[in-house]
Design a protein around this ligand. Structure first.
Ligand SMILES: [Zn+2]
Length: 270
């Protein structure tokens, strides 16, 4: 039994100087898997290399919803987004999935926070192609759904997706519960849970078999302003144990088994 981080960005520049130490701290803290999620061509390729170098790193390749519309973003968009061919990247992800080089498709999904509705059709088109890759290869999809939680659920349901994890779900907790109960989808709760009542409520009301842990590192640190890292998933497991009045080991085991089931990990490794 181990801890697990199903959604993190260790390819972020804030990890460049001490990545080996960060990974070692995760292993020392008892993590058995750190699912590093890709965003665009560079991170996707770096992740494949990272996974070769470190057995604890499990690769997920994806296209972040904003990166998915890089060709229609205005030049003065708030964040610098490099131009690349989304179609070529979808093909690359498909190839890697077919070669069984990846554990999941992600990060991908829909974003209605940074961009407006004129981009939604294109976002959905890319999302749907990535859903097909995950489904055809029977691997989970890790989704971003900020401000479009309901629509994200509708698209996943339309494609009859069974293996999905909503990362950092910020919609109504009632909707999360309904999606978990109806479809068996998972929800990974970030390590800043003690600062966020909605995440605490999700730990309380979601079916236990739908709960996973994530960090979204370097973002969403337990202490605001600090850099987050995978070892911090212990915070969410402790909160889960506390909220459900169970032992930490039981909470840890529930989440580890959920990970093993969703990612189809061989029972010898669980
Ligand atoms: Zn993320």
């Amino acid at each position: 039994m181990h801890y697990v981080d199903v959604h993190t960005h260790l390819t972020h520049e804030r990890f460049k100087a001490d990545l080996d130490l960060v990974i070692q701290r995760a292993v020392d803290a008892g993590l058995g898997a750190v699912v590093v999620n890709g965003l665009e061509p560079n991170s996707n390729r770096e992740i494949l290399q990272l996974a070769q170098d470190h057995p604890v790193i499990k690769p997920a390749l994806g296209i972040y919803p904003i990166e998915a519309i890089n060709d229609i973003l205005p030049e003065d968009f708030a964040h610098p987004i490099a131009k690349f061919s989304v179609d070529d990247e979808i093909e690359f992800i498909r190839e890697q999935a077919e070669k069984k080089n990846i554990m999941a498709v992600g990060e991908c999904g829909l974003d209605g926070y940074w961009v407006g509705s004129e981009t939604f059709a294109r976002q959905e088109q890319v999302f749907e192609q990535l859903i097909e890759i995950a489904k055809n290869n029977d691997i989970p999809i890790i989704v971003h759904s900020r401000k479009l939680e309901k629509r994200t659920g509708e698209i996943l349901a339309h494609h009859k997706v069974e293996k999905a994890d909503f990362h950092c779900f910020c919609g109504r907790t009632k909707l999360a519960k309904q999606l978990a109960e109806t479809h068996g989808w998972h929800f990974s709760i970030p390590a800043n849970v003690l600062k966020n009542e909605a995440f605490q409520k999700m730990l309380k009301i979601l079916p236990t078999e739908s709960i996973l842990t994530e960090t979204d590192a370097p973002y969403l640190a337990p202490i605001r302003g600090e850099r987050n890292e995978p070892a911090n998933v212990v915070t969410t497991v402790a909160a889960f144990a506390d909220i459900r009045s169970i032992e930490i080991d039981e909470a840890k085991n529930i989440i580890w088994q959920n990970y093993c089931r969703l990612f189809a990990i061989a029972s010898t490794e669980c």
